[in-house]
Design a binder for this molecule. Structure first.
Ligand code: ATP
Ligand code: MG
Length: 644
């Protein structure tokens, strides 16, 4: 596995990295453009033999478009990897005036749940995509939301066609016997004794399987291809099995269910999908995908051009795990607060964390699409989020670790407003009033009793500017019983107010933010950080005992969630759930969409202003890691044309 970012500019399969076409170009686009250039899809028209209860399927009316699909199995919450696939499939459809279907691959009766269907629908919408064709478009009202289980009647009819044409047979060996005769990577498999059954016998048995006459596991329907094939997936794969199970959509209607590898190509074909884009682990299945659709097309059940499967490398990210099994473990064992915990790489988690959907779209574009395996640095994702938030989030002031400051020469009963811009680069967003007074909250780290070298903030005798307000000098400090500062005393210079003529006469090195005690909004703020403290959770380390397995849970970052009681400027009291801000000097924050109450927001830190992990990695002597982060930044700067 290569480290570093994929540039998204080369077809990894051909390795032509030297060419640098325009950003956004990738091997899938190259394929699509060459096909559109020869009107490949103009001839495409549905002409399948309608099965019982079948309705007209997508694409019948507008054959010239590309159609992609995102086909989740509704058995879990979507994660960042799925976001890559969603952005790719919906993005291609958008860019080429095509369609992208949201299809629930719910062919397995035992695992699927409505809760997951709902959360997937929400997540795709939240990412900014739709399966609903715009009413202004030429096919108003077209809704491309599908359930694979709606095609069960077609799948059975197609299976009977395969039997009738001598391309499928009922095998009555046990599962163990089938496994034993399957062969290995180096040895061919052996033919089943049932492989030579007549068409009539196969048809009779398959009908009886459908009628529920046999117990689970007693027979399976297998494609009849080649038990000696070098590709194990072509050694007579199972296509239908008996399962006396109730299905969330079709109830008790069926007691035979199709295997995924059989169902998926048929789903694609019925929906007139042109490009069936999936991750690389399906590459070995492609010959079966093509074999099946060819047999059905030969029989006149499908019309050409047939859908084509195209594989790309899945998203892998440092400092996180994307395996469903591991995510379930983290939730079930209580290492996180639930599927929407802001530290999890689920899309519900990301939303709660405050990651903007636009940040995911930008990230998907930056990582690109290729066929080479790679591990993407988590910093690249964070940089995309920062970039979007920097442009859009209004600035506010928050004191996360409050220490009281009293301006002894400021009148006790007085107060005034200071003006602060809502966004330094966007004057159109206006300014707001920050109430100022005699007593303020400042950050504890902005005061030191004994300043270290180069420290320019508050210490006895030193002068700093209170941002957007006055210059003050520290006159004394009160200490608590433990010797820690409890109140900092200052005097202020009345002619030094920011924005007035006198302000320029004061030259100070420190600039400190503050919130007036009167009117401050006390709030819970959660400081989230990476869930794991190492780039590859669970990877063995040099100091692990030889031969030992490392548990990924041992790499959880104990500092991934810290709760503080902060003092916020009054304007934040009315923040609505999911409102995002930059808290000056601290990072980007979002009002939690679950725990915020009217007038009492709770904030989550989305991401810090700068990448502290690159520094940590460098300090730990992990030079490679730091270089990688730096390289990603340079690439990013080159792509965006940003100065740095
Ligand atoms: P399972 O192990 O249950 O199959 P899955 O993560 O593959 O889990 P699916 O619901 O089958 O879940 O995935 C839907 C789509 O998302 C598939 O097309 C799959 O290829 C794609 N996908 C899943 N994980 C990633 C990933 N890490 N990067 C890119 N695409 C992914
Ligand atoms: Mg899958």
């Amino acid at each position: 596995m290569s480290q570093g970012t994929e540039t998204g500019r080369s077809d990894g399969a051909r390795g032509d990295a030297a060419a640098t076409p325009a950003a956004g170009v990738n091997f899938i686009r190259t394929i699509i453009e060459s096909e559109l250039a020869v009107d490949k899809f103009v001839q495409r028209r549905w002409s399948g033999r309608p099965g019982p209860g079948a309705q007209q399927l997508a694409g019948a009316l507008d054959p010239a478009r590309i159609r992609t699909r995102f086909p989740p199995e509704p058995n879990g919450y979507l994660h960042f990897g799925h976001a890559k696939s969603i952005c790719l499939n919906f993005g291609l459809a958008q860019d080429y005036g095509g369609r992208c279907h949201l299809r629930f691959d719910d062919t397995n009766p035992e695992k699927e749940e409505q809760e997951y269907v709902d959360s997937i629908v929400d997540a795709v919408r939240w990412l900014g995509f739709s399966w609903q064709v715009d009413a202004l478009d030429d096919t108003p009202g077209e809704t491309n939301l599908y359930f694979a289980s709606d095609y069960f009647a077609w799948m059975v009819a197609f299976a009977e066609h395969l039997i009738a044409s001598g391309n499928a047979y009922v095998d009555s060996q046990s599962a163990d016997e089938m496994r034993a005769t399957r062969g290995t990577l180096t040895e061919p498999g052996q033919d089943s004794p049932f492989r030579t059954r007549s068409v009539e016998e196969n048809m009779d048995l398959f009908k009886r399987m459908q009628r529920g006459e046999f117990a689970d596991g007693t027979h399976v329907l297998r494609a009849k291809i080649d038990m000696a094939s070098a590709n194990i997936n072509l050694r007579d794969p199972a296509i239908y099995r008996i399962r006396h199970a109730s299905h969330h959509n079709t109830g008790e209607r069926w007691c035979v269910y199709p295997m995924y590898t059989y169902a998926h190509p048929i789903e694609d074909a019925l929906e007139n999908i042109t490009h069936s884009i999936c991750t690389l682990e399906f590459a070995d299945q492609r010959p079966f995908y093509d074999w099946l659709l060819e047999r059905l097309a030969e029989g006149g059940l499908l019309q050409r051009p047939l859908p084509q499967q195209i594989e790309f490398s899945r998203l892998n990210l440092t400092y996180i795990v994307l395996s469903k099994r591991k995510l379930i473990q983290l939730v079930d064992e209580g290492h996180v607060g639930g599927w929407d915990d802001p530290r999890l790489p689920t899309l519900v988690g990301a939303r709660r964390r405050g990651y903007p959907a636009e940040g995911f779209r930008l990230f998907a574009e930056r990582v690109g699409v290729s066929r080479s395996e790679s591990l993407i640095d988590y910093s690249l994702l964070e940089d995309c989020m920062r970039e979007v938030l920097n442009a859009s989030a209004e600035r506010r002031v928050a004191v996360l670790d409050p220490l009281r400051l009293i301006i002894d020469n400021y009148p006790a009963d007085a107060g005034e407003a200071c003006s602060a811009p809502n966004h330094p680069q966007r004057p159109d967003l206006g300014t707001r009033a920050l109430p100022f007074g005699r007593e303020l909250w400042i950050e504890r780290e902005d005061f030191m009793l004994q300043p270290s070298k180069g420290y320019h903030r508050l210490y006895p005798g030193n002068t700093v500017r209170l941002r957007y307000a006055y210059v003050v000098r520290c006159t004394s400090v009160e200490l608590d019983a433990d010797g820690a500062p409890s109140v900092v005393h200052c005097e202020y210079f009345p002619d030094s107010k920011s924005g007035t003529a006198g302000a320029d006469a004061y030259k100070v090195k420190g600039n400190v933010h503050w919130v007036a005690v009167a009117g401050a909004c006390a709030a819970e703020v959660r400081l989230y950080d990476r869930l794991f403290s190492v780039p590859s959770p669970g990877a063995r380390r040099a100091d692990d005992a030889p031969g030992s397995e490392r548990d990924f849970r041992a790499d959880l970052n104990p500092e991934s969630r810290r709760v503080v009681h902060a003092q916020l400027e009054p304007a934040l009291r009315t923040a609505q759930p999911e409102d995002r801000f930059q808290f000056e000097r601290h990072g980007y924050f979002v009002a939690d969409r679950v725990d915020s109450q009217p007038g009492a927001p709770v904030f989550n830190r989305t991401v810090t202003l700068r990448d502290s992990w690159a520094e940590k990695a460098a300090k730990a002597g992990n030079v490679a890691q730091a270089e990688k982060t730096a390289k990603a930044k340079v690439e990013k700067a080159a792509k965006t044309g940003a100065g740095g």
